[in-house]
Design a protein around this ligand. Structure first.
Ligand code: ZN
Length: 480
């Protein structure tokens, strides 16, 4: 059996249409999943929707529709986005599904009894963050991320004894058993843990939850805190019931368990979640990759600024692979990055139309004119630095290795001037040169698959061994 891997995106709240930031995380995760498969790993790629959130309840109230109806509607749009980005996800878990509800309750039951206790609680809650704060955190009681007032909540809740896991978590992260990429995010978490871990609330009253959410096993008056419920999705999708092969192959006995997340939810994935798993006697993630946020034309993405870019529109306008390329190449994988249409056009024309697109076009044209038959030869390994970049989630650097190969091939055309070889009747030299160019393009196409699967397929069809080259449509027509 081949090696297995598990990789997931975070599951978004489905209270609105997706924005371009969602597309970034989807495409990054897809590139890694496809890369793992390309290099011989059987990779299970999970994504889904977070439906049991108070945010969804409030959004439904505002629209005057039942919460489930709102979740159904936006889940559908998120699924459309996955398809329009050509994502290769293996499954889609909805936290309103029976499989998830059963699994989340099973996970709760498996936690050590001494880790869960009931206690009277009062705290300041931000619905936007779905998180509690203390008065010391924000003395003016306004959430700085959402700009909304915090709500005072007083009730009896179940708590998780996170403090029991302080040493175990430190050891996991310091030893690299739980690897956090990039190192800056790892260091942030290490100092957070060293600052002392507070137990956290893992339930709320059914009433305050708007009668929405998963019942706490054995206590119908309480529903699970949305984060406890949402984090559980990574294992509930694999089916926690007795004898599940999926769960065995892609979690219990799986050597690579990867979560891809945005920087705002690092703590949930590298502190709360591993502690929950330890308590339930289950293996913890082996890698958490933390990406930055996207701005639009230099501004924070926000509905009130009216600058929300719809990724489905972008794909319809420019094509799947150009959007994937921009997100993976022009955006730093770990720092905040900017999405602007002017930069998009620049990158598209320079890299896609003028470099790779033009290269394929030239080789195709000369090859078709010469009636050249594509020679069968192994494409070879990726250019130097490609695998090292992927090991660190540096998608942009991995792509750069392929683009410097394309630049080199374009340069060879300028040097050798194959059209002159054709004019002077040097058919053997021309054939040899075309073989070199085609092999280079096939090699680029092969290793490009994780990033631009559509382009990889087109290159492979253009230059199929044993077939005579024919001219097709340009890969990337120039914009503007
Ligand atoms: Zn907030």
């Amino acid at each position: 059996m081949p090696k297995t891997a598990f990789i997931s995106t975070a599951i978004p709240y489905v209270n609105a249409r997706p924005h371009i930031g969602h597309a970034l995380e989807y495409v990054q995760t897809d590139a890694m999943a496809r890369y793992l498969r390309l290099t011989g790993t059987d990779c299970f790629f999970l994504t889904g929707s977070d439906e049991n959130s108070l945010k969804n309840v409030r959004a439904a109230e505002e629209e005057g529709v039942p919460t489930q109806e709102l979740c159904d509607r936006y889940t559908q749009v998120f699924m459309e986005l996955l398809e329009s980005l050509n994502l290769s996800n293996s499954d889609f878990i909805r936290t309103s599904s029976d499989l998830h509800i059963r699994g989340a309750q099973e996970l709760w039951r498996r936690c050590r009894p001494e880790d869960i206790y009931k206690q009277h609680y009062s705290g300041w809650y931000c619905v936007g963050c779905e998180d509690f704060y203390t008065e010391q955190d924000f003395p003016d009681k306004i959430c700085p991320d959402h700009g909304t007032p915090l709500e005072l909540v007083e009730e009896e809740n179940y708590f998780f004894k996170l403090s029991n896991y302080q040493d175990a978590l430190l050891k996991l992260i310091e030893s690299g058993e739980l690897r956090i990429v990039p190192a800056t995010k790892r260091n942030e978490i290490l100092s957070f843990i060293k600052g002392g871990l507070r137990d956290f609330s893992i339930s709320r009253s059914r009433k305050r939850a708007g009668d929405w959410g998963i019942s706490v096993p054995g206590d119908d008056d309480q529903v699970m805190y949305v984060w406890y419920d949402a984090l559980a999705n990574y294992v509930t999708a694999l089916d926690l019931s007795e004898g599940s092969e999926r769960f065995r192959d892609y979690w219990l006995e799986c050597p690579k368990r990867i979560h891809v997340i945005g920087k705002g939810i690092n703590r949930f994935h590298t502190v709360y979640w591993p502690a929950m798993l330890l308590s339930a006697g289950l293996p913890v993630p082996t890698e958490v990759f933390v990406h930055g946020y996207l701005t639009i034309n230099g501004q924070k993405i926000s509905k009130s600024l009216g600058n929300v870019i719809d990724p489905i529109d972008q794909v319809n306008q420019f094509g799947i692979d150009p959007v994937r390329y921009y997100l993976l190449r022009a955006i730093s994988p770990t720092e905040d990055g900017d999405y602007s249409e002017s930069r998009f056009q620049e990158v598209y024309n320079a890299d896609l139309a003028n470099n790779l697109g033009n290269l394929a076009r030239r080789v195709e044209t000369i090859g078709a004119k010469a009636g050249h038959v594509v020679r069968d030869a192994p494409v070879g390994d990726a250019p130097e630095g490609y695998h090292e970049a992927m090991a660190d989630y540096r998608f942009n650097d991995a792509l750069a290795t392929l683009w410097s190969l394309a630049s080199h091939l374009n340069q060879r055309i300028e040097e050798v001037k194959p059209w002159e070889l054709a004019k002077r009747g040097k058919t053997d030299d021309l054939a040899e040169f075309l073989d070199e160019m085609i092999l280079g393009l096939r090699r680029i196409g092969y290793w490009l698959e994780p990033f631009l699967p559509g382009t990889a397929a087109k290159l492979s069809a253009l230059f199929t061994p044993g077939e005579t080259i024919e001219r097709g449509d340009p890969l990337f027509p120039r914009l503007g």
